[in-house]
Unconditional design. Sequence first.
Length: 376
Amino acid sequence: MENENALEVHRNLKGKITVREKRKISTMKDLAVLYTPGVAEPCKAIAKDKSLAYEYTMKGNTVAIVTDGTRVLGLGDIGPEAALPVMEGKALIMQQFGNIDAFPICLDTKDPEQIIMITKAIAPVFGAINLEDIETPKVFYIEKRLTDELDIPVFHDDQHGTAMVVLAGLYNALKVVGKSNDCKIGIVGAGSAGYAIAKLLNAAGFRDIVVFDSQGAIYMERPELEEYKEILASFNSSGFKGKIGEFKGADVIISAASPKALPIETIKMMSKPNVVFALSNPIPEVSLDQAKELQIDVFGTGRSDYPNQINNAVCFPGFLRALLDLRVKKITNEMKIAAAKGIAETVQNPSKEKIIPDAFDKNVKDNIVRRVKEVV
């Protein structure tokens, strides 16, 4: 496969996932048990008690990956058909690393009300919903409505997954540099990832957090703040009002924006030792060579060819496995913090070059499930 290019691989596979039977129909008796008349028995049981769908059907191990294709990777609004290869990839990762059956639901509508309606209508088949690659701030509204109105968990990987992996990486990075949660943090970018990272760090006890968007720091007195940015402004305990290029003395900078969004001057003005996560992908805000030149003490990116990949694939298979196994109805901050601790402790001896386990570490899933079980 190393010698094949991506188009050849996808053309040859014609889809990265498929639907397979768990038991073959080999005889008329098999047919009678697995279909009619035998299938009527679980149907009648579920009709009396809907929760039995978890016992007698695929529901308890199946996730819907819902997108409208409006914010796909670094490609932007490319539509539902073009988003399908990414959603197949998510499903493949869930299957391989979490033993979860997931199915792409790529919707030909950008209307949030239609997305909510359709997702609610298909929910009986699934044990969890994974919202994926939907533009902000629309996705915040969709996630909140679905969380309030469904009795299965609604997971938004661009928010929840990214935030949990960042928190896990930060736990270990702070051990390496000998700092604690009273550190000064700057977050560049107020989209799905930046918004969720700031909220989860605050919930985990970090109190000095300044979030920056294209206009500069988000603070309480700033005019015309959107509702979700008012939440981010409440984390700015120092009241800083300047641009990111004027931000001095940070212990930690987390950038979830775009290439060149993080000025070199800001890094030079950080305290020492320091932590920088440059998460724009495939081109991070700071290159590995720049990180070495700037003598960043712990450096992480979203790239697999750099040390310390802050990769959602480490998180979402195990977290969704926990949600399904524990039949969680609503995701809480306590669950996300617990999952982050499970990821972090998988790295037994954190170092500058190793603060996050890789997706192939079989202990990650078990540690996430164990930790989340403790708070459910």
